[in-house]
Write a protein that binds this ligand. Sequence first.
Ligand code: SAM
Length: 360
Amino acid sequence: MPDELVPSHGTMEAHDAYNKHAKLQASGAASALPFLEKAAQNVALEPGDRPVVIADYGSSQGKNSLAPMRVAIRALRTRLGRDRPIFVHHVDQASNDFNTLFRVLDTDPDAYTLHEPNVFSCAIGNSFYRRVLPSDYVHLAWSSYAAVWLSRIPALIPDHFVFLRSTGEVRAAFDSQAAKDWEAFLSLRASELRPGGRLVVVLPALDDDGTTGFEDLMDHANAVLMDMTDEGLISPDERARMVIGACPRRKRDLLAPFQRDGQFQRLTVQDCELSVLPDVAWAEYERHGDKDALAMRQALFFRSTFMPSLALALDSTRGAEDRRAFADSLEDGLKRRLADRPEPLHSLVETMVLAKQGSA
Ligand SMILES: C[S@@+](CC[C@H](N)C(=O)[O-])C[C@H]1O[C@@H](n2cnc3c(N)ncnc32)[C@H](O)[C@@H]1O
C-alpha cells in the first residue's frame, strides 16, 4: 500500500485509522447484533456438508466486522455443529486498505476464526453496486454503515459538502440518487442471497424531520474548510469540489421499494427499527470533563470516516505530503472548534432485516 491517502470516493482512512476511530459505527453495529443473531437462527440451511456462506458488504479494514461475524458464527454453530465449514466473504471497494483487513483477520485477539478451525475468510475488492458473488449463494448477509454511500455524487453542494445542508434541485438530485442506489443494492443482494437467506442492513438514518444528529459536526468541519480556503491552504476550486457521497435515508425511504406489493425482488421486510444511538464519548466526557479528549475523539471519527472523500477534491498535482497536511489541518481546526463548544453526537441508526422468499 503506498504511503498516501486512499484516493477513492467513500473509502475510509487507511493504515488502521478507521479501525481505531470508528467507535460510533461500532456502537451502531453493536445495537443491531440481536437482529443478526435472530437472522442466523432463522436463515434456511440445507442439509449436507457444503459451506454455509456469510457476506459482509462494506467491511472496511475489518475491526468492526469481528463482533458481528462472531455473533453470526456462534448462532450458526448451534444449528450446524462444529464441523460444517462456514465461509465469510468481506466485500469493499478496490481502494480499501485490504492489507489492514487481512492483518486484522489474521492477528486480532478478537478474530472470529480463533478456536474455529472450520471457518474460512476471503475478501472481494469490488463495488457492492455490482454483482460481487454468484446467484443464490449467500445464506446470511451483513452490511453496516456502508449502503449509506452512494454509487456516484449527483451534484456539488454550494457552500457546504454534505447533502444535509443542500436545498432545492441539489437536494432532489441526492434524494433521487439515494432512492436508485437503495433499489440497486437490494436487487443485487436479492440475487446473491439463497432462498430463505437473510440480509441485515445497519445504516445511519434521518428522522422524519430530516435530521441525523451529525449537523453540528458537519457545520464545524465546513467552517474549518472555509478558514483553510481563506488562509490559502486549499483553493476555492478545491473547496467547491468537496462533497461527501454519504446520504442517510428516512425509514420511509428504506421501506419505499416494499410499499407496492409487500415485497421487492423476492425480499420481504422482517424488521425495520429506527433508534437513537447515544454518544458513548459524550457519556465519558460527562464523567471526566476533559473537553480536549472529547474533541479529539469526535475529530478523529470525522477524519477517519470523511476526510479521504474530501481529499479527493484536492488538485491531482498535490503530493502525499500536501494531502497529509490537508488532513492534519482539518483535524486540528476541528479539534479546536469542538473543544470550544462541546456537544454530544447523538445520531440515529436504522436496522433492517430482509428475508429472501423460498426455502433451502
Ligand atoms: C463507514 S465504513 C463501514 C465499515 C464497517 N462496516 C463498519 O460498520 O464500521 C463504509 C465502508 O463501505 C465501503 N463502501 C462504500 N461504498 C462502497 C461500494 N460501492 N462498494 C463496496 N464498499 C463500499 C467503504 O469503502 C467503507 O469501507
